[in-house]
Design a protein around this ligand. Structure first.
Ligand SMILES: NC(=O)c1ccc[n+]([C@@H]2O[C@H](COP(=O)([O-])OP(=O)(O)OC[C@H]3O[C@@H](n4cnc5c(N)ncnc54)[C@H](OP(=O)(O)O)[C@@H]3O)[C@@H](O)[C@H]2O)c1
Length: 327
């Protein structure tokens, strides 16, 4: 099969190789998928750059997420999967070296869900890490129906899915954004209010919108960078689920303020989130995308041979949605 791989970490253009690798064989409980679109997430670029850790495997095919068609089955797999259009996640995580930047990938069927005919492969490849992380971050402290949820970075790949899922589940949603365009995007996804966190006082605006009560739950893209404001936005017995903290990775934690709110602050790291929660996310998302017009945002499309440009597009920042590579 044609594939992109790297044997050392570094800039995409320097370390990516394109060529032929042996076709994978589906093992017990696995399906062989012809990849039609491969989603590039920021973490795929961090892993390739060697930003946080040395390479975990001698050779890696990058990118975790994707969508495609099941072409063969290993022993023990229900034949209903054969020929199905699917979306998947964790292709290059949790002990797997070979991800989705290739013509084929073999995966445990547990990592697949059916992709409705109404959803394109590129759109399907935006679901894995972004939408599953959003789901976990929105629902980890229970149902949000009738609650007020603050989604920081509500126009980002994860944030925009969090806005949509929270709204779908019956919450009132406040999003923070950094421009009028991003406000429009958050509102198109269902946000009831959008606050520009660069020009407005987020805590003041949240208090105003909620009549002084604050929000029940926060989906947080930058725990450290936003901590001071976030603590002023949450009501008593509220909760914060954070999935990144790039603005300040080592914030000073105000123990007393959080304690007096009885606040639950929980980190989310999708690849190792509890299996039950991940399965629920897969099932809910599949139901959600099949039941109406959803905004599944493809930020850019690149051929497999240009996977380096796709990684660079993610690293450049400012993407709107998920960048995909199409083998
Ligand atoms: N823990 C996990 O399992 C997990 C899963 C997925 C992603 N992540 C991480 O989450 C981060 C975002 O990923 P993504 O794919 O959603 O990226 P993205 O599409 O670039 O979205 C990030 C959004 O956050 C906004 N933002 C940045 N700093 C902010 C702040 N202090 N307050 C409010 N908004 C802010 C950005 O907008 P402006 O720059 O315009 O403000 C942008 O809209 C990345 O670091 C990624 O590695 C973690």
């Amino acid at each position: 099969m044609k594939a992109i791989w790297y044997d050392r970490t570094g800039p995409a253009r320097e370390v990516f190789q394109f060529g032929d690798l042996p076709d994978p064989e589906p093992g017990r409980g696995q399906a062989l998928i012809r990849v039609r679109a491969s989603g590039v997430n920021p973490a795929d670029t961090y892993l390739r750059a060697g930003a946080n850790a040395p390479m975990a495997y001698p050779r890696v095919i990058p990118n975790s997420d994707g969508a495609g068609v099941v072409e063969a089955l290993g022993p023990g797999v229900d034949p209903k999967w054969l020929g199905k259009r699917v979306w998947f996640y964790n292709g290059q995580r949790n002990g797997r070296a070979f991800g989705s930047a290739a013509e084929f990938i073999e995966l445990d069927v547990d990592l697949l869900r059916e992709l409705p005919g109404s959803v394109g492969f590129a759109e399907g490849a935006t679901l894995g890490i972004p939408c599953m992380t959003a789901h976990r971050s929105v629902f980890m402290n229970g149902p949000v129906q009738g609650r007020v949820v603050l989604v920081t970075g509500g126009a980002g790949a994860v944030g925009h899915y969090a806005v949509q899922l929270a709204k779908w589940a019956g919450a009132s949603v406040i999003a923070t954004v950094s421009s009028a365009e991003k406000a429009a995007r958050a509102k198109a996804g269902g946000a009831d209010h959008a606050i520009d966190y660069r020009t407005e006082d987020v805590a003041d605006r949240v208090r105003e919108i909620t009549g002084g009560a604050g929000v029940h739950h926060v989906v947080e893209v930058d725990l450290g960078g936003n901590l001071e404001a976030t603590l002023k936005c949450v009501r008593m017995n509220g909760s914060v689920a954070y999935y990144a903290s790039r603005g300040d990775p080592a914030p000073t934690f105000v123990v007393g303020a959080a304690m007096r709110l009885n606040l639950a602050i929980t980190g989310v790291y999708l690849p190792v989130s509890p299996p039950e929660a991940r399965r629920r996310a897969q099932d809910d998302i599949t139901r959600w995308i099949g039941t109406g017009e959803r905004m599944l945002s493809v930020a850019g499309r690149f051929p497999l041979t240009d996977c380096a440009a796709a990684h660079e597009a993610v690293e450049a920042g400012g993407k709107v949605g998920t960048v995909v590579v199409e083998p």
